[in-house]
Design a protein around this ligand. Sequence first.
Ligand SMILES: Cc1cc2nc3c(=O)[nH]c(=O)nc-3n(C[C@H](O)[C@H](O)[C@H](O)COP(=O)(O)O)c2cc1C
Length: 365
Amino acid sequence: MAFVCLADFQKKAETILEKSSLEYFQSGAGDELTLSLNREAFKRLRIRPRFLRNITKLNTTTTILGCEVKWPLGISPCANQRLAHPDGEIGTARATGKTGGIFILSTGSNTPMEEVAKGAPDTHKWFNLYIYKDRLLTESLVRRAEKSNYKAIVLTIDSQISGQRRADIRNKFSLPPNLSFANFSDSKASTVKSSGAGSGLSEYFSSLFDPTITWKDVEWLVKMTNLPIIVKGVLTREDAILAKEFGCKGIIVSNHGARQLDSVPATIEALPEIVDAVGNDLPVMMDGGIMDGNDMLKALALGAKMVFIGRAAVWGLACNGQKGVEEMLSILKKDFEVVMSLSGCLNLKSIQPNLVAHESTYAKL
Ligand SMILES: Cc1cc2nc3c(=O)[nH]c(=O)nc-3n(C[C@H](O)[C@H](O)[C@H](O)COP(=O)(O)O)c2cc1C
């Protein structure tokens, strides 16, 4: 099967992955209302293209928090990538480097962060942090990320406990014996195993992540390291303003791929109010539901400086390891370039809010 778009990788991955892994990657929380919304909301936006502009010199490069990237696309942190393919996080990180984006490594990586750094030295890498009850352990993750040349800490703020992912509860999700959260040597922090009552991941969150954290702890983190702190999971202007006040250097508008609280807005819906609140002061980025160049363009038009994909990278990985992610990214890049050209946008600065209109603008016709 020749792959033409990202959905092709998903279809193929669905035939390859074993049920519990597939459902772990695919599913959202609750009734999965937000999971559908993340895709549907993009469809409600129309592109208003401008023509007769010489489009021969297209420039997709930008700089984000000191990282020069070839295009505004990165890989969101996704735990457990070796469940998709033995190439795992190193394969995804290398593929990301080849296309010139940013790779965010999850705390719940199946490969230690030092090995990913060694395996993909030329890739811009950020480290995704969860705050554990054990603060010394949390701090040690930050110190190791600093040493291994990760360029930012991406703090997930939407997951003090796990969302109710029904598929994982039904499947009593556990990692197979050959895989672990490899950033940890201590077996309590490295093992994801259901006790038999439900999702092992949910049990992991409840026993190890700190449910008491507040913005004061964000301040603690900001003071602890010279790396920029980016908060991931912001969905409201109020929290965006707090992120700025507490010293964060960037925001990722995200609903965790609809895996945490269901019924929250699609990220493309939440993006404008956050850009409006802090977009002049901090880079606002987003992820959630991006599957093609049109989606990327719409998010950038509404003010995102960079967009990220989660599951799509996993589908590429499942299909053909590192090579699958490379192929997926090159298809997405080509698509983005075509969409930019056909919209008359020669560079990222020319992608402005008036490039998109909500479908209601045209509803009376
Ligand atoms: C299998 C899987 C694992 C994830 N693990 C993490 C994680 O460790 N940390 C985190 O902040 N977000 C995690 N996420 C959420 C992603 O970072 C991202 O927000 C989401 O996947 C984006 O939506 P998309 O999959 O529609 O592109 C995970 C998502 C998936 C699908």
